[in-house]
Design a protein around this ligand. Structure first.
Ligand code: PLP
Length: 391
C-alpha cells in the first residue's frame, strides 16, 4: 500500500470542499465528471427495474442481455463483429482497467504509459506488481512519439496503455499516430490497453478512432476499456466494460466473482434500457453543451497573459501549460510547480483546479469544464485575473 497514494484528483476535490466548508466561495473545476441531469431513458430503466422488483445477483460480469447490447454497440463503433463472450460489464471503467492489469501483468513486467497520465493507470500497474514506464509527451503535442515508445521498450515490456481522448491533456490521437502505436504493439507482441472513456467528446474538427477498426490484426492483443460514466454523465452509477479476447474476459469473470460480484443490478438495467432505446438525443445534447462550454471557456482563457491558450481537442478539460509562467527569474533560481499555482488559485481566486503534479507533470494544470456554464465563466474569469498577477 506504500507504493501509491489515493487518487490525487480526489485530494484536490477534498481541498476545494474543505475551503468551501470553511465558508469561502469556491468554484470547483476539479471534477472528472459532467454536471447534468440523468438521461430520461436511463432514469426510466432504473425505475422500471425497481418497480419490477429486480434485486438479485447477475452473472459476475453482468447481465447477458447487457453484454450483448454492448457487443452490438462495439460492432457499430469498430465495424467488426463482437459477441457477449468478449465483453465484461464492470463497476466503472476503473474496474475494467483493474481487471486488465490483474489478468495481463506479472510481477516484474513493465507497462508503457504516456505522461501526463491519469494517475490510476500507474497505480493499478503497481498493484499488479508490475512497473510503470513513462514516455513524456509534452514536447510532441501530448501524443507519444513512436521513437520514444521504442526507447522505453525492454524485454520485460508487456503492455502499452493508450487513452484517447486524453485525461488530463485533452489530446486526441490522430489516425496515423494510433496506427503507428498499434503496429508497434503487434510487431513487439505487446498488449494494448485502449481507454476510450471520452470517445464521445472530440472538438475542433478532430475525431476519435477506435484502434481496432484501423488495425484488425491488433485484436488478439487488445483490451478496450470504456464506461457510461462520461458519455451519459453517470459517474456515480458505476457501469463500465472491458472488451477483449475471451480468455481475458474469463479471467475478469473469475476476478470479479471473488471481489465485487456483479456491478449494481439497477444501474445495469438502466444502461440496458438506454442501449435498447437506440435514442442518442441525450448524448448529442451533452456533446453540444460541452462543445459550447469549451468555446466559451477558451474565449475567457484568451485573456491569459503568460500562459498559452490550450488546444483542448477532446474530453472536457483545459490543460494549461505553465512552463513559461513557472520559469525562474534566474536559471538557477527556485522553480515553483503547478501545485503552487493550484494552491494560489484556490486561495486567491477561490478556484479549484488539479495540478499536473498529480499526472506526472509539474508544469500542467487541469481545469474541468463539465460544470454549469454560468459557473464556468465566473470561475475562469477569476482564474485569468489571478494568474495574470502571478509573480
Ligand atoms: N479512464 C479515464 C481516462 C478516466 O479519466 C476515468 C475517470 O476519470 C476513468 C477511466 C474511470 O472511469 P469510471 O468512473 O467509469 O470508473
Amino acid at each position: 500500500m506504500n507504493l501509491f497514494g489515493s487518487s490525487a484528483t480526489g485530494a484536490a476535490r477534498g481541498a476545494a470542499k474543505a475551503a468551501a466548508d470553511a465558508g469561502h466561495e469556491i468554484f470547483d473545476l476539479t471534477a472528472g465528471e459532467i454536471w447534468s441531469d440523468i438521461a430520461p431513458n436511463v432514469r426510466e430503466g432504473a425505475l422500471s427495474a425497481i418497480n419490477r422488483g429486480i434485486n438479485r445477483y447477475s452473472d459476475a460480469i453482468g447481465l447477458g442481455e447487457l453484454r450483448e447490447a454492448i457487443a452490438k454497440k462495439l460492432t457499430l463503433e469498430t465495424h467488426q463483429s463482437w459477441s457477449a463472450g468478449e465483453v465484461a460489464v464492470t463497476t466503472g471503467a476503473k474496474q475494467a482497467l483493474f481487471n486488465a492489469a490483474m489478468a495481463l501483468l506479472n510481477p516484474g513486467d513493465e507497462v508503457i504509459i504516456p505522461a501526463p497520465y491519469w494517475s490510476t493507470f500507474p497505480a493499478q500497474v503497481l498493484i499488479a506488481g508490475a512497473t510503470p514506464v513513462f514516455v513524456q509527451t509534452r514536447a510532441s503535442g501530448f501524443c507519444p512519439k513512436i521513437e520514444d515508445i521504442q526507447s522505453a521498450v525492454t524485454p520485460r515490456t508487456r503492455a502499452i496503455v493508450i487513452n484517447t481522448p486524453n485525461n488530463p491533456t485533452g489530446a486526441v490521437y490522430g489516425r496515423d499516430a494510433l496506427l503507428e502505436i498499434g503496429r508497434f504493439a503487434v510487431e513487439h507482441s505487446l498488449w494494448l490497453i485502449f481507454d476510450e472513456c471520452y470517445a464521445d467528446f472530440t472538438h475542433n474538427g478532430t475525431a476519435h478512432h477506435s484502434l481496432v477498426s484501423l488495425l484488425p490484426e491488433l485484436r488478439p492483443r487488445l483490451v478496450i476499456v470504456n464506461a457510461f460514466s462520461k458519455s451519459l454523465a453517470l459517474t456515480g452509477w458505476r457501469i463500465g466494460y472491458l472488451a477483449g479476447p475471451a480468455d481475458i474476459i474469463s479471467a475478469a469473470r473469475a476476478l470479479q466473482s471473488h471481489t465485487t460480484s456483479n456491478p449494481n443490478i439497477i444501474a445495469q438495467h438502466a444502461v440496458l434500457a438506454h442501449l435498447r432505446s437506440d435514442d442518442q438525443t441525450f448524448q448529442d445534447g451533452l456533446r453540444t453543451r460541452l462543445s459550447i462550454a469549451r468555446d466559451v471557456g477558451l474565449t475567457v482563457l484568451r485573456g491569459l497573459r503568460h500562459v498559452p491558450v490550450p488546444t483542448a481537442d477532446g474530453a472536457f478539460y483545459f490543460y494549461l501549460d505553465l512552463a513559461g509562467l513557472l520559469r525562474p527569474a534566474v536559471p538557477e533560481g527556485p522553480r515553483k510547480t503547478a501545485s503552487d499555482v493550484s494552491d494560489f488559485l484556490l486561495a486567491r481566486a477561490g478556484v479549484a483546479t488539479v495540478a499536473g503534479t498529480a499526472f506526472g507533470d509539474p508544469l500542467g494544470l487541469r481545469i474541468s469544464y463539465g460544470v454549469p456554464a454560468d459557473m464556468l465563466v465566473v470561475a475562469l474569469t477569476r482564474l485569468v485575473e489571478a494568474l495574470n498577477t502571478w509573480k
